[in-house]
Design a protein around this ligand. Structure first.
Ligand code: ATP
Length: 303
């Protein structure tokens, strides 16, 4: 399947500061894709480039396989900074203004987006009477005008109280359930683990790793195996003791073990004794965990 977004070698400097140093990854359709990194790692710069707010020094990106096509812009809704809503106007009046300025959606769309963000009951109240969480939900409603296929959010839960954070995370999951692809920056590992399906980890402008959250952040050892007959392999390996779960990924079978308990040789022997010769045997976890430790370690020093 064609990725929704692909980045190839994106680089950007502000004078002497290299904010992005050649970043490449792909965002699959339907993903909730977290861009995870400590403050200053380049997340906002990256989002600004893919939204055409900033120009990269080198490298390229393509939405829906079309490099720089303006036709794709209507398919992307974004929230980078909190919009300047009028404090004395209601949610409906504010969204009417957003619609008039951006050309996104129409009058009927306003009720639809307010329903999604659960502001219908308060849609006639003044913006100034809203909680921070409600204000952020209205900002997300503005991004939803015109029903874009992709949503890009920069730190969507920043500054909110625990209730507001939980509401926004729920809303993101709900939008994903409606088939949207979501790209969001976050500096919280916990948030990415809870909300995202995929992650790209940035450290000082360099991509440390990217992939599905299961693979990148799982607190587990993952043993990847393959043989000529994947279906048979999947069935027979279910009898192997000690794993927490098993997943098929294309022509590979992934076995998940509690951290530190996977024994490659035993998996290999077990499969062989059951009649399957492995063409592939690989422990995935360790290097990724080490890479992530590198990142969080620096995070701790920064705080
Ligand atoms: P934060 O969460 O703190 O916004 P971030 O991961 O989004 O961090 P960026 O805002 O992209 O990171 O910043 C990356 C680097 O580029 C940082 O060192 C930052 O100080 C620098 N930077 C960002 N914008 C500018 C600018 N307009 N002028 C100079 N330096 C900048």
């Amino acid at each position: 399947m064609q990725p929704v977004l692909s980045l190839s070698g994106l680089a950007k400097s502000y004078g002497k500061i290299q904010a992005l140093k050649g970043v490449s990854f792909e965002v699959p359709e339907g993903a909730v894709f977290g861009i995870l990194g400590p403050n200053g790692s380049g997340k906002t710069t990256l989002l600004s480039i893919i939204l055409d707010i900033l120009k990269a020094d080198s490298g390229s990106f393509a939405w829906f396989g079309e490099p720089g096509s303006p036709a794709t812009r209507k398919r992307i809704g974004s929230l980078l900074e909190t919009p300047n809503f009028y404090h004395y106007l209601s949610a409906v009046d504010n969204l009417n203004i957003t619609h008039a300025i951006s050309g996104r959606g129409d009058k009927t769309d306003i009720d639809r987006v307010l329903e999604i963000v659960k502001l219908t009951e308060r849609k006639r109240s003044r913006f100034s009477s809203y909680s921070l969480g409600m204000k952020q939900r209205l900002a997300i409603a503005a991004a939803l005008l015109g029903d874009p296929q992709v949503l890009v959010f920069d730190e969507p839960t920043n500054g909110l109280d625990p209730v507001g954070i939980a509401e926004i995370r729920e809303l993101i999951k709900e939008l994903a359930g409606r088939g949207k692809t979501i790209i969001m920056a976050s500096h919280l590992l916990d948030e990415v683990e809870k909300v995202c399906t995929h992650v790209a980890i940035l450290k000082r402008g360099t991509l440390i790793t990217a992939g599905s959250v299961d693979e990148v952040l799982a607190n587990e050892d993952i043993v990847e195996i393959a043989s000529a007959d994947t279906a048979t392999l999947l069935e027979l390996v279910k009898g192997f003791p000690g794993y927490t779960h098993i997943k098929q990924d294309g022509n590979k079978v992934l076995l998940y073990f509690p951290i530190g308990t996977a024994k490659l040789a035993e998996v290999n022997r077990y499969c062989f004794e059951k009649g399957a010769t492995l063409s592939h045997l690989y422990a995935k976890k360790k290097s990724l965990e080490a890479k992530f430790f590198e990142l969080t370690n620096e995070n701790t020093q920064n705080n």
